[in-house]
Design a binder for this molecule. Structure first.
Ligand code: FAD
Ligand code: UDP
Length: 398
């Protein structure tokens, strides 16, 4: 792991509580934004505790042994239409902006995903594609975004045919790999993230701003966390220094009355006493190749074959041009068990799991200065920009 250039002072164990006004648990995007705002705008002395050996959470990136900048926890593309979020992060980084495009490998073809009118014309002959295009536009309107599960409800024979094609060739097998369930068995919010586009837009996202920090995410985090009011301790699990009991928070054995922002998994705070919150995890397998390019695209989704879901080729994501060779990563999903070294990446959104989450959340209801923030702590499927926005709002309120 790269040595990060932020202060990593250890707090004095006996009176740690007196040294800080706030404690932020987790140095991912949620924790980093909240910490910076509290230190800079509210004059708070903030301790950030992070159990991984580095800052950045799942956005962390670093150069691999071949000098290629990789995203250690899978491809991260920042995308947003939120001006305030873009402006805030732009204080800490310049950007390498691009329109992110993804293709899916279906048979011998690489077809644009989300499925759009370009894809339609690749799949069907001209005459048929023209007719189907007309029908899609008449039915849904040009420029509209139709979730696959909605498209499947349409009873028109032509639209059903398209829906069936997209369902079988884009969603079914990929979703089975990613979630271990069929598209109709998972939350429509999830498949709805990649709607059918009634347009010729090949981009994966339609947001105004999309790209990656020009010098990587980690440098952006370093700048954000470099503030005299912020102390960062990496390699520290908060549970080694904090205790949550009887609606009180203890830090280094003393009662802590300041604000605590928690961005970790909620069940872990309470020793999983009601059972584990279910998550999907991923095994990232990196491979390095000589030569300028492996696949010629940043991301290729494997929607009808292979055991992995997608291959990311980092050079095409980061725009890096100063190295020979190329590094890729394949993502193999599996059910998170909580075993040592596993990371919970995706909350599995359904009513049963939500009810379990609420049981855990009830345990925090009496802790006035305790705040749940983040993709894990809120058991939600947040993108980076939504996380930044929530962190900004929380820090503003405190
Ligand atoms: P995290 O980044 O998970 O940070 C939480 C931190 O808390 C972690 O570093 C963890 O180690 C730490 N922690 C947990 N428990 C403890 C503890 N007990 N003590 C101390 N520290 C603790 N979003 C996009 O916008 N664009 C993308 O392209 C994109 N791609 C993604 C690809 C993958 C494979 C995944 C999994 C997610 C992707 N996301 C993407 C989502 C993005 O990663 C999240 O929105 C964002 O990282 C959430 O930030 P966070 O701070 O809530 O969580
Ligand atoms: N999905 C799919 N095929 C694809 C892309 C996405 O089936 O080619 C489904 C799959 O269920 C996935 C969900 O849509 O989990 C959301 O995709 P997204 O790319 O947003 O997932 P993430 O990048 O967050 O893993």
């Amino acid at each position: 792991m790269k040595q990060v250039n932020v202060k990593t002072m250890r707090a004095v164990p006996q009176n740690g509580g007196d040294m800080y006004d706030c404690i932020v648990i987790g140095a991912g995007i949620a924790g980093a934004v909240a910490a910076r705002k509290l230190a800079e705008e509210k004059g708070k002395r903030v301790l950030v505790m992070e159990r991984r050996p580095h800052i950045g959470g799942n956005c962390y990136d670093e150069k691999d042994a071949h000098g290629i900048l990789i995203h250690n926890y899978g491809p991260h593309i920042f995308h947003t239409g939120l001006e305030e979020v873009f402006a805030y992060l732009s204080r800490f980084t310049d950007w390498y902006l691009f329109g992110h495009e993804v293709v899916a490998k279906v048979g011998d073809q690489l077809i644009p995903v989300p499925f759009n009118l370009n894809t339609l014309h690749m799949v069907y002959g001209k005459e048929k594609a023209d007719r189907l295009e007309q029908k899609l536009i008449e039915t849904y309107g040009e420029g509209s975004r139709v979730p696959i599960m909605k498209l499947r409800e349409n009873e028109d024979a032509d639209i059903r045919e398209i829906a069936q094609y997209v369902y079988e060739n884009v969603f079914l097998y990929y979703t089975m790999k990613q979630w271990g369930q069929k598209p109709e068995e998972i939350s429509p919010e999830v498949t709805g993230r990649v709607p059918v586009l009634i347009s010729y837009d090949n981009r994966y996202f339609q947001d105004k701003y999309q790209g990656v920090p020009a010098n990587g995410f980690t440098e952006m985090f370093e700048k954000m966390l470099s503030h005299p009011g912020i102390t960062v301790e990496c390699g520290t699990d908060c549970l080694s220094r904090m205790r949550f009991a009887d609606n009180e928070i203890y830090f280094d054995g003393e009662k802590f009355d300041g604000d605590v922002i928690y961005t970790g998994a909620l069940d872990e705070l309470f020793a999983c006493r009601y059972g584990r919150l279910p998550y999907r995890s991923l095994d990232f397998r990196f491979e390095h190749y000589d030569g300028a390019s492996y696949q010629g695209h940043s991301v290729v989704n494997y929607t009808v074959s292979e055991d992995f879901t997608r291959i990311t080729e980092f050079k095409f994501l980061t725009g890096q041009r100063d190295t020979d060779g190329t590094t890729i990563v394949k993502e193999y999903p599996f059910a998170y068990t909580g075993a040592e070294g596993e990371i919970p990446y995706y909350a599995i959104l359904n009513e049963e799991n939500q009810a379990l989450y609420e049981k855990y959340r009830a345990l925090t209801a009496g802790m006035e200065h305790f705040h749940l923030l983040g993709r894990l702590a809120e058991y939600r499927y947040y993108n980076i920009d939504a996380m930044v926005k929530r962190a900004m709002e929380l820090a503003d309120r405190l």
